[in-house]
Design a protein around this ligand. Structure first.
Ligand SMILES: [Zn+2]
Ligand SMILES: [Zn+2]
Length: 172
C-alpha cells in the first residue's frame, strides 16, 4: 500500500488512518532468527503538519524464535510501534541537518510496505531470549538450567584475568 503525498496535502492536517497486513513469508526470509510468524497487522495514520509528513502506528504479530541461550522454542506476542518523518527531497530541513531522521520523499508517494518491513526487521532481536534472565544450558552437562539445577562448576573467568587464575593454580 502506498500513500499519495497529494492526498495528505489535501487533508490539511487531518490524519489519514490506514490498515495493512505485511507478508509473513518475506519477513521470515529476511531475518534468520525468525522461525515463523503470523501475518503482521499494521494500524496507523499519516498526516502532514507544516512541511513534514508523519507516519506512525503499531505492528502486531506472533513471532516464533528459538532462545539463543537455552535453545527452547518460544513465541513472542510482539507489538512494535513505528514513527517516521518525511519531507520533500528539496526541503532545506533535510540538508541542514544530516543527522536528522527526516527521510527525503522519493516520488509522489510514501511506500508503506517497504518502510514498515524495514521497521519490523530492525525491531527483531539478534539474540532472542525466552526470558531476559534465561539461565541457558550448562556448558558441561548440557542440562537446561531453567528447568533443573546441576552441580557442575562452571566458573566464568574473565579472559583478562585468566592469566592470574593460572598463576594461582601453579601455587597450589
Ligand atoms: Zn532461554
Ligand atoms: Zn551441568
Amino acid at each position: 500500500m502506498n500513500i499519495k503525498i497529494t492526498e495528505l496535502d489535501h487533508r490539511k492536517g487531518e490524519p489519514l488512518p490506514f490498515q495493512v497486513t505485511l507478508d509473513a513469508a518475506e519477513l521470515k526470509n529476511r531475518h534468520h532468527e525468525i522461525r515463523g510468524l503470523t501475518p503482521v497487522t499494521v494500524e496507523g495514520d499519516a498526516v502532514k503538519l507544516g512541511n513534514l509528513y508523519y507516519v506512525k502506528g503499531e505492528m502486531k504479530a506472533d513471532i516464533d524464535f528459538v532462545c539463543a541461550r537455552c535453545l527452547t522454542p518460544f513465541t513472542q506476542h510482539a507489538s512494535i510501534p513505528f514513527s517516521e518523518t518525511f519531507a520533500l527531497a528539496d526541503d532545506p530541513q533535510i540538508e541542514e541537518d544530516e543527522e536528522s531522521d527526516i527521510h527525503p520523499l522519493e516520488g509522489d508517494q510514501i511506500e508503506l510496505d517497504t518502510l514498515l518491513q524495514e521497521d519490523f526487521l530492525l525491531a527483531m532481536p539478534t539474540f532472542p531470549l525466552c526470558e531476559e534472565d534465561c539461565k541457558g544450558l550448562c556448558p558441561t552437562c548440557g542440562v537446561n538450567r531453567n528447568e533443573a539445577p546441576c552441580s557442575c562448576k562452571n566458573e566464568r573467568i574473565d579472559p583478562r584475568l585468566a592469566g592470574l587464575a593460572d598463576l594461582f593454580k601453579d601455587n597450589n
